[in-house]
Design a binder for this molecule. Sequence first.
Ligand SMILES: Cc1ncc(COP(=O)(O)O)c(C=O)c1O
Length: 367
Amino acid sequence: MGAITESNIDIDFAGVNVAPPADLDLRPDRLEFGRVTAPLWFRAWYRKGEWERGKIEPWSTINLHPAAIVLHYAQEIFEGLKAYKMPDGSVALFRPEMNAKRMNHTAARMAMPELPEHLFIDGIRALVDCQRKWIPDPPGSLYIRPTMIGTEPCIGVRASSEYLFYVIVLPSGSYFPQVPSGKTGTVRVFVSETVGRAARGGTGDAKAGANYSVTLQVIGMAKKKGCAQVMFLDSHGERTVEEMGGMNVFFLRGDTLVTPPLTGTLLAGITRDSILKLAPTLGIKVREEQINWDELLAGVKSGAVSEAFACGTAAVITGIESFVLENGGEAKVGDGQCGPVTHKLFDALRNIQYGLAKDPFGWVVPV
Ligand SMILES: Cc1ncc(COP(=O)(O)O)c(C=O)c1O
């Protein structure tokens, strides 16, 4: 990846103190995920059919017309990636080009303009570079949230002609408060058999905000049952496993790791893809296949399915302790602790992300 092409980015925060405040505790275990936003953003406007120059500056609240299309027809899409501190003090991103491509896949689905990949990646690299002091030490990281919204004021149901793309960054530790940073804990997962997340031909494989709002009701219900996440089945009654509200999912059945294929109704997770590539190099067999929930549950109960984990940029790899069912039942996975295969993958992935192991795939991109 070449040098940052600053020719299309303005940087202007002269006179602004962008260091973290002295009273902010940046130790990963003290940070609530997604709560603290660093002071600068990268933003670019799309107007009159083209992207204008991008700018790094102190972020501000966004003035939107009450008729802005994003507020009515949910033209909002986003991405999520992280910057990591390397052992030599340098900073790196993990597979950012995958996020750039996925953002454009989502943009196309939501009738939003394509964003040049260099604007996405150079903007992020420059933004992280300007805010290095905000990156927590390992096992923490800087969570990066690129976002695009349709801002044109118009109540007609159509795509906006004007867009704001922006990136904010947030120092982060563990995604799940009950899992310490840098460790693989386990969480209880609610299985949503009746509430669906994505329909065939819908937007399940797009990272659009609308996909998340439809999960909030059942996530709220799951939390009341002591579950940290919800696992969704397909919405057409075949009872196949798809993914979680914000993560993909893997199961260890016998000696093989299995995960649902990308059928268009689930997000093509970059962590998922990394695990599919990494597992064989660790001697772990892995396969994408349709997974029937009832068969899987029988396997969990018999012990044939001995491990299960969720994976994503925010959650990294988090073991599943048990599945909580709509009928009130609960099926523990193995002994409810993080299993050896989950551990092995977690360590291997994190060691690459934090520069502690060789990166044979070329996934780590210096800032
Ligand atoms: C619905 C959904 N599935 C899966 C993932 C995992 O994707 P990734 O590994 O690229 O973070 C995410 C998080 O981005 C997500 O929101």
